[in-house]
Ligand binder design. Sequence first.
Ligand code: SAH
Ligand code: SF4
Length: 377
Amino acid sequence: MKPNLLDLDAERLVGFFADIGEKPFRAKQLLHWMHQFGEADFSKMSDLAKPLREKLGASAVIEAPQVVSDATAADGTRKWLIDVGNRNAVETVFIPEANRGTLCVSSQAGCALDCKFCSTGKQGFNRNLSTAEIIGQLWIANRALARTAGGTTAQHAAKAPAAASRGERVVSNVVMMGMGEPLANFDNVVAAMNLMLDDDAYGLSRRRVTLSTSGIVPAIDRLRDECPVALAVSLHAPNDALRDMLVPINRKYPLEQLLAACRRYLDKAPRDFVTFEYVMLEGVNDGAEQARQLIALVREVPCKFNLIPFNAFTNSGFKRSSREAIRRFAETLISAGLVVTTRKTRGDDIDAACGQLAGRVEDRTRRTRRIVEIQSC
Ligand code: SAH
Ligand code: SF4
């Protein structure tokens, strides 16, 4: 089978060119064509000599995943359903705001971690996405958004540096907060993030790429060493008893270990804080005593809190905390000196809000086996 060049970050692309007897600078040219011009056709790569274009055509492919559907919500949030084969699909969501455009990217078809309030977790796990399928989501979004804005991708890319300096780039931020646990698909996610950060590809700063994890502690340390981007941690509970229930991976890596990993991460993090995500579940984790426990818990970790109003889905068994309960909870944290934001729910009319991403996944593995595999990673 021919390699898919969308699977390769700069280092691997240099390796590919070495294998076919070509110089390393070809990797840069290919990165520009694929990621900055959105070009998948070797024959259109005009600064490559014809024999090289033919050689590439014979030895490799450039294949982004296929879009199954494309929907835009009343608030401008746009969601693509992306085919990842074997009757599986994942979701990618673009959230436009006044000063930035954020793309929420999926890392797995389904998720094995089984958090009790998450619809992705409810549907089980099918497989890890490849690097091409992860970076392909940014590729697809950039092309589609450029088309919507008028003009070809190439024209758009040519305008991008000027637009970027005015803060107008379409996708300015990426959050690994779609379907799946990114740290359970470490190598493919890191290769995709390398491309997001690479000036020859998407050129995003480390501060503008955020990885959200439910807390796989050894992988947080690896991320710090190999690709330190902004870190968000899904905390959701102020003590182990409750977190064991809501976020089962906590039984393997309890809070004390998780918070120590967050402190270690900050040595190399591009931002000087960790973001703690906290889904607001009525009567479960939103009380005054829980807010007080949370304040004590994070005392030694420079952090910001992002409260996420729970997004309901069929048979979830949870309710969203009331607006008043969320306000009170936030005030308690703020009066202890913490920085707190409450996430606006975006795109819920097209099921694009956090935790509503279900895609389409065939759960092929038995849940007990999955948990064992995750715990040993
Ligand atoms: N697996 C990673 C990233 C994907 S989930 C993680 O768990 O961090 C992105 C965020 O959405 C996480 O904070 C997750 O806990 C939250 N989330 C999951 N289900 C939700 C729901 N139904 N309502 C609101 N937020 C949810
Ligand atoms: Fe997986 Fe994150 Fe959902 Fe938990 S919240 S089941 S880790 S996607």
